[in-house]
Design a protein around this ligand. Structure first.
Ligand code: SAM
Length: 231
């Protein structure tokens, strides 16, 4: 399948093994998953994990969903995702080109994948095409205004987190999305893992001063936000 819109994710696409460590460390109490489940339950329903990457979250979904489908454009990550759990179907595709029929899915998750406003109208239209009436899209994003991770993000954005978060919020609000904040954390088993993941996500000039200022840290506080669109 030709996917002209696909851009490899610099973090997971660049270092899938290290991103696996990041996924294992995030949200250790499962607060984000709990909020996602409450917002749009998937027990007994068809769940699509859009931009599923290496499929880290698929085995959890198959425990409850009647059918679990992953869609991913990166050929390297698709290969890893297909090894993850034989009960999940992993298809080559993207948000703009979902290889599923109209009205065939109940819940779509997009976790740090594609939905970075403002340029995501085509993917939203495609998600709404595949959702059944009564279905929901749940997008997991960074809360640019809450937690130590947001402080680091602020250094990437010339306009600061308030402005970046406000633009994202407005884009979703204009499309009728519900907004749910979840304050959670990253918690690593070792300092070396925290350092490696922080340097995966941020340039050295941002990661290194933070690490120097927090010499004993094994994690940090992390604000997530869910945007939910109902069909
Ligand atoms: C940061 S990774 C997150 C992967 C996975 N959702 C997770 O949480 O482990 C972003 C993912 O979005 C995928 N991606 C890039 N362009 C995309 C597009 N146009 N549609 C859907 N996914 C896309 C990347 O290949 C990558 O797998």
């Amino acid at each position: 399948m030709d996917l002209p819109d696909f851009a490899p994710a610099p973090n997971q696409g660049g270092d899938p093994a290290l991103y696996e460590i990041e996924n294992r460390a995030l949200d250790p109490q499962g607060l984000v998953l709990e909020a996602m489940r409450k917002t749009a339950p998937w027990a007994g329903r068809t769940l699509l994990d859009l931009g599923c990457g290496s499929g880290f979250w698929l085995p959890g979904y198959v425990q409850e969903a009647s059918e679990t489908i992953g869609v991913e454009p990166d050929p390297t990550l698709i290969r890893i995702a297909r090894q993850r759990d034989p009960r999940a179907r992993v298809l080559a595709g993207s948000a703009e080109h979902i290889p599923l029929p109209d009205a065939s899915v109940d819940v779509v998750h997009a976790r740090f994948a594609y939905f970075f406003p403002p340029r995501c109208e085509p993917g939203l239209a495609e998600v709404l095409r595949v959702l059944r009436p009564g279905g929901a899209l749940v997008v997991v994003d960074n809360d640019q205004r809450s937690g130590q991770f947001a402080d680091l993000l602020a250094q990437l954005s010339w306009a600061g987190p308030q402005a970046a978060g406000q633009r994202t919020d407005e884009w979703w609000a204009q499309r009728g999305a519900e907004r749910t904040e979840v304050l959670s954390e990253w918690r690593f088993n070792s300092r070396a893992d925290l350092e490696a993941v922080l340097r995966l996500e941020f340039p050295a000039e941002i990661a290194d001063p933070w690490l120097a200022a927090h010499p004993a840290a094994l994690g940090l506080s992390y604000g997530y936000v869910l945007f939910t669109i109902r069909c």
